[in-house]
Design a protein around this ligand. Structure first.
Ligand code: ADE
Length: 224
C-alpha cells in the first residue's frame, strides 16, 4: 500500500482528479490511499494566511513556514518522503516515478506564487520535483502529474500485466506504433506483419520501430 498525503490551499482542484478513472480504481483496490489537507487549516491567524511578502522586497508572495511545518508534522511518519513541487526540483522522468512507486508514504507539499520560505526546503522536505522547465501558478497541478505517473506503476493498477513495461521510456525507448481494428481504414492499412500471427516477427518489427522512432524524435534518449 502506498499512502499519499497532499498539502495544498486548493484541495478542491484534486478531488475530481483522484475520484476518476485509474486513480479511483487504485483506491478501490486498496493499492493506494489518498488524503488531501487544506493548508489554511494550519494557518496561525484569523485570516488564515498562508503567505506573506518576501524579506528584502520584490514582487510576489512567499509561503509561510509555520503552516507548512505544522501540516507536514501532522501527517509525517519516520519513513515518509516529503516532496516539494517546484520548478527548481529534480525533473520528473519514468525513473523518478518508478523510484516513488513502492509501498510507503509520500507527502506532497504544493507551493504557489513565488515559492516557499527557504527553511521549508532546507529542513522540511526530503525531495524536490519539477515536472518541466516552465512555471505553473500552482504546485498542485504538478503533484497531480507525479501522482498519476507513480500510481499507474503500482502492481494491480493498470489492467494488462506488462502494459507499463512496454510504455514509452520504461525501456529507454519510445513506444512502437499501435493499431487496432479495422485492418483497413479509409485506405490506410495496418502493416501486414501485425496481422501475420508470427509473434517473433512482430516483436522484431516493434523493436525496430521503437528504435527508429526514438532516433527521429528523441535522440537524447539514445545517448543516455
Ligand atoms: N510549481 C510551479 N511550477 C512547477 C513545475 N514546473 N514543476 C513542479 N512544481 C511547480
Amino acid at each position: 500500500m502506498l499512502a499519499i498525503d497532499v498539502i495544498t490551499i486548493f484541495p478542491g482542484m484534486l478531488s475530481g482528479f483522484l475520484g476518476e478513472s485509474m486513480l479511483k480504481r487504485a483506491t478501490q483496490r486498496g493499492v493506494v490511499k489518498f488524503r488531501t489537507h487544506n493548508l489554511r487549516d494550519f494557518a496561525q491567524d484569523v485570516h488564515q494566511r498562508t503567505d506573506d511578502r518576501p524579506f528584502g522586497g520584490g514582487p510576489g508572495m512567499v509561503m509561510l513556514p509555520e503552516p507548512l511545518f505544522d501540516a507536514v508534522g501532522s501527517v509525517r511518519q519516520a519513513e515518509s518522503r516529503v516532496i516539494l513541487m517546484t520548478p527548481q526540483g529534480r525533473r520528473l522522468t519514468h525513473a523518478v516515478a518508478a523510484e516513488l512507486a513502492v509501498p510507503g508514504h509520500l507527502v506532497f507539499v504544493c507551493g504557489h506564487y513565488e515559492g516557499v520560505d527557504e527553511r521549508v526546503r532546507t529542513s522540511l522536505v526530503t525531495d524536490e520535483i519539477s515536472i518541466g522547465d516552465y512555471v505553473l501558478t500552482n504546485g498542485v497541478v504538478a503533484a497531480a502529474v507525479v501522482i498519476d505517473a507513480v500510481v499507474r506503476l503500482l502492481p494491480g493498477v493498470v489492467g494488462a500485466e506488462g502494459a507499463t513495461e512496454q510504455d514509452s521510456f520504461a525501456n529507454g525507448l519510445l513506444e512502437f506504433p499501435q493499431y487496432t481494428r479495422p485492418a483497413e481504414f479509409r485506405g490506410m492499412k495496418v502493416p501486414d506483419v501485425l496481422l501475420s500471427g508470427n509473434h517473433q516477427e512482430i516483436a522484431r518489427w516493434r523493436k525496430l520501430q521503437s528504435e527508429q522512432r526514438t532516433r527521429e524524435r528523441r535522440p537524447d534518449l539514445l545517448e543516455s
